[in-house]
Design a protein around this ligand. Structure first.
Ligand code: UD1
Ligand code: CA
Length: 462
């Protein structure tokens, strides 16, 4: 008995008030459909199909390679969508289990889906239900006097009695393949919305005397996203889960409620995270690092034992034992080798700082290579752009760049060279040399006293 999965995701999600198809919205590092597919993965389905429709081209890029997209041209209802999905499944045996899920339920857990898919051979369908304080908008689960589920009624088709039911259809099902295919053939669109309801399959199967089992879930697990407000709520709940798992693995957080880490990010045990940290994309943090307060890092690496605080990192690679910030901006192509330091009000781009190289204060370093143990004095910048093209600056090892040096690229500075503070360096500097570009200093003795005297004389004239 293999498991197959059909995820329905063809709807636009009008209530999101967005051009983006609903299931392509992001929450805590994944799209809504991405979360559903992640929860499905541990069940090792034989084939998985996502039914797309509205904005299919914006959903497809988020689907893993082993997931097939089936297009439902017109959204004629969940029953119709399921039929479209079934056609795209591979090698379905009559006895196989088909999981039908909705793509807008990012809080589904693998634990719940495993329980759902554990269908005894003689059970035609299992369906997830939950008790909601406010069941408005959901299909109601109708049971008979002995507590057996007999049908699902959509809210718009409810009478007063069924509307009062608080047990709702969550929208996750496990069907015996043969029974689902047969029953779908009997679904009509004679209802308030003129749609083919997947939920009618339940009543049809019960009518045929088939066995059906409800599986109970918490309201949180089956929360569906229909609005921006619910998206924000789901993001919060997903973040709580991610942070909890990180803390269980040994990550220290001062305030998990103010720590925003994507599910795609890797944080090693023993890392210390302070409030206001956002770690996104493919970011990784090595053991013993200290991150925050207030760090935004996208697709960046923070090496073991490094400290990064009050900083923005995008596509940056920070090695072992480095120091970044406070108030640093590391743009794409920044590489800090072991023990390097980028300090206060420093911006870097396409720049490598070698081992223990330092740019402690107020610098812009773009398109540059800085050798090991070199020091960039406060206020120094690479003038890498001439208004037309970018040019490279190459600085050797153990170089001392004096404060406020303008390094006009293209430029090469040899090992152990020194530049005088305030110099505008336009020519290459050879190894071990001092380069100074500066007018002679002129001292005018007694100037201050003469200036004071002139001022006093003017006062008496007035
Ligand atoms: C559905 C259920 C309802 C349940 C609720 C749980 C039906 C008829 N009703 O109602 O019992 O309580 O979910 O959230 O199934 N979709 C398609 N193609 C279509 C129509 C829908 O792919 O033609 C997809 C949507 O993109 C969505 C999912 O199916 O991901 C559910 O559709 P939606 O319109 O949100 O159904 P509800 O009215 O919420
Ligand atoms: Ca819905």
């Amino acid at each position: 008995m293999s498991i197959h999965v059909v995820v329905l995701a063809a709807g636009q999600g009008k209530r999101m008030m967005s051009d983006l198809p609903k299931v392509a919205h992001m929450a805590a590092g994944r799209t809504l459909i991405g979360w559903v597919l992640k929860a499905v993965r541990p069940l090792h389905p034989k084939s998985t199909v996502v039914v797309v429709g509205h904005g299919a081209e914006r959903v497809d890029p988020h689907l893993p390679e082993d997931v097939v997209a089936a297009v439902q041209e017109e959204q004629l209802g969940t029953g119709h969508a399921t039929r479209v999905g079934l056609e795209a499944l591979r090698e379905v045996a009559a006895d196989d289990t088909i999981l039908v899920l909705y793509g807008d339920m990012p809080l589904l857990t693998s634990e719940l889906l495993t329980r759902l898919a554990d269908r005894p051979r003689d059970v035609a369908a299992r369906m997830v239900t939950a008790e909601f304080d406010d069941p408005t908008g959901y299909g109601r689960v109708v049971r008979n006097d002995v507590g057996m589920v007999i049908e699902v009624i959509e809210e718009r088709d409810c009478d007063d009695a069924s509307r009062a039911i608080r047990e709702i259809n969550a929208g996750s099902y496990a069907f015996k393949a043969k029974d689902l295919i047969d029953a779908l053939g009997g679904v009509s669109n004679e209802n308030a919305q003129g749609e083919y309801y997947l939920t009618d399959v339940i009543g049809i199967l019960v009518g045929r005397g088939e066995r059906l089992e409800p599986v109970t879930a918490t309201p949180e697990e089956v929360m569906g996203i229909n609005s921006q407000d619910q998206l924000a709520e789901a993001r919060k709940l997903l973040q709580v889960r991610t942070n909890r798992a990180l803390m269980e693995s040994g990550v220290w957080m001062l305030d998990p409620d103010r720590t925003y880490i994507d599910d795609t990010v890797q944080v090693a045990p023993g890392v210390k995270i302070y409030p206001g940290v956002h770690l996104e994309g493919t970011t990784t943090v090595g053991p013993g690092a200290r991150v925050g307060p207030d760090v935004f890092a996208l697709d960046s690496q923070i090496g073991p034992g490094s400290t990064v605080w009050y900083a923005v990192l995008r596509g940056a690679e920070v090695g072992e034992g480095c120091e970044v910030g406070p108030y640093a901006s590391l743009r794409p192509g920044t590489v800090l080798e072991k023990g390097a330091k980028v300090g206060t009000f420093v911006e870097t781009k396409n720049t490598t700082l070698g081992e223990e190289a330092k740019a402690p204060h107020l610098s812009y370093l773009g398109d540059a290579t800085i050798g090991a143990r070199s020091n960039i004095g406060a206020g120094s910048i690479t003038c890498n752009y001439d208004g037309y093209q970018k040019h490279q600056t190459t600085i050797g090892e153990e170089v001392f760049i004096g404060s406020d040096t303008m390094l006009v690229a293209p430029l090469t500075i040899g090992d152990r060279a020194v530049t005088g503070a305030g110099s505008v360096i336009t020519n290459d500097v050879e190894e071990g040399a001092l380069a100074v570009e500066r007018n002679e200093q002129r001292d005018i003795p007694g100037y201050s006293q003469r200036r004071a005297n002139r001022h006093a004389a003017r006062e008496t004239e007035d």
